[in-house]
Ligand binder design. Sequence first.
Ligand SMILES: CC(C)(COP(=O)(O)OP(=O)(O)OC[C@H]1O[C@@H](n2cnc3c(N)ncnc32)[C@H](O)[C@@H]1OP(=O)(O)O)[C@@H](O)C(=O)NCCC(=O)NCCS
Length: 330
Amino acid sequence: MPSPYIIAGFGYYVPERVVTNAEMETLVETSDEWITTRTGIKERRFAAPGQATSDLALEAAKAALADAGINAGELTHIVLATLTPDCYCPNAAVIVSEKLGVSEKVCLDVNAACSGFLYALEVTRGLLALHPDAVVLTVAVEVLTSRTNFDDRTTCVLFGDGAGAVVMRNQKNIAAKASIRDIALSSNGALWNLLTVKGGGSAFPLRRGEQAGDEFFIQMAGREVYKHAVRYMETICRDLLAKNNLTPDDINLFIPHQANLRIIEGLGKRLEISMDKVFVNVQKYGNTSAASIPIALTEAYQSGAIRPGHRVLLTSFGGGFTWGAVLLEF
Ligand SMILES: CC(C)(COP(=O)(O)OP(=O)(O)OC[C@H]1O[C@@H](n2cnc3c(N)ncnc32)[C@H](O)[C@@H]1OP(=O)(O)O)[C@@H](O)C(=O)NCCC(=O)NCCS
């Protein structure tokens, strides 16, 4: 029986400003050679001054709505994944609803760091199960540059800004572009301290008149993160495939979180999925955290790398740690 949870439209948006490794060399002591060999990243996008998370989300949302052939007015819910919302209150989803001109929707944010989109898909499935007529905009977006320490060469070369979105609904009398066959999520709170943006939270408050310190920005134990990322993503992909009586050979396209080419290649090797079946765009955008998977998914869909009949496996890993895998059928 086909899954009732369908994707009706895809969209993404990246800011115009391209920042090459050569430009990063002017900001910190680094080199194109170091960044390329360690990460595969050649360039990333930076949001313009004044361009907020909701602005990027809005553009991705409009693209996904157009692809689905529906008006924003038909939406019932907006689920937005981010770790860099416009502000603490209100959530970013309500600001997107206002910018879309449809301010009376049910709007919520999800924070699962780089796994945010996969967590948001699971939340969306829950909403669709509870509300059969729901039409949900599920958007994942980051302006990571708002929390990047440009004096820290070990992190600042890795990240970029962007947004990706899908429109989801239950299977009705409409053409499904894809359906969600299954989702697996996991987390390990014992390791939360390895990848953080602490500053400004209640445990690490920024007091009136105080200057932001290093902990206001992304802090990461890169080597530790690397090790756990590969292991956890491999395990959850294997478990999800086995649960669905599939093997890696049954996957037409594998879309892992675009954090680092070495992690992507290592994961492909462990899962025995050849690189010609692995979608990679990390060279263009760097790590856009929650936005990474929906940007890659939309690019793969628009470029023809995904065709009708394809089985696509998504996987992601991020701060928390949180991680997950999603099986899509086109
Ligand atoms: C961040 C990462 C690329 C660093 O690579 P690494 O091989 O572990 O490098 P190290 O941190 O051990 O640093 C090696 C050397 O490079 C230096 N270095 C770090 N960043 C540098 C940069 N941007 N340019 C030049 N040199 C740099 C370090 O100072 C260190 O020098 P030293 O040996 O003289 O002390 C790697 O750990 C990684 O990919 N981690 C996962 C990060 C990630 O994807 N996180 C997001 C997951 S959601």
